[in-house]
Design a protein around this ligand. Structure first.
Ligand SMILES: [Zn+2]
Length: 115
């Protein structure tokens, strides 16, 4: 007797057979993939939150320098960004898709939206 890896049902089959049915085999692998992709889903959520937060702050402050503390109070998570954009002037922007900021000394940031 074998025990199904997915549903734990006892079944007759080859000694190395792990699943009682094709649907149990599929379900098991689908669940495993979903678990594996959870980290992607979680990071995407944070990136999306950063994107909405920066756009919201841009609506309010435009490109006036603001404290990073304000951005964080609005929900910005500075550990996550999509890419770094280097402007032709040699300035480095930390981007969340089409919106980003450059750092000033004194913990202030200046938001820009790329067009
Ligand atoms: Zn099963």
């Amino acid at each position: 007797m074998n025990t199904c890896t997915n549903c734990q049902t006892q079944f007759e089959g080859r000694s190395n057979q792990k699943f009682c049915s094709l649907s149990c085999k599929n379900k098991f692998h689908n669940d495993k993939n979903r678990e594996k992709e959870l980290v992607v889903t979680q990071v995407n959520k944070i990136l999306h939150k950063n994107w909405t937060t920066l756009h919201r702050l841009y609506e309010i402050y435009r490109s006036a320098p603001i404290s990073m503390d304000i951005a964080e109070a609005y929900g910005y998570n500075k550990r996550y960004y999509t890419h770094i954009h280097n402007s032709p002037l040699g300035e480095k922007y930390t981007m969340s898709y089409d919106v980003g900021f450059k750092n000033h000394i004194d913990n202030k940031i200046q938001i820009i939206v790329s067009d």
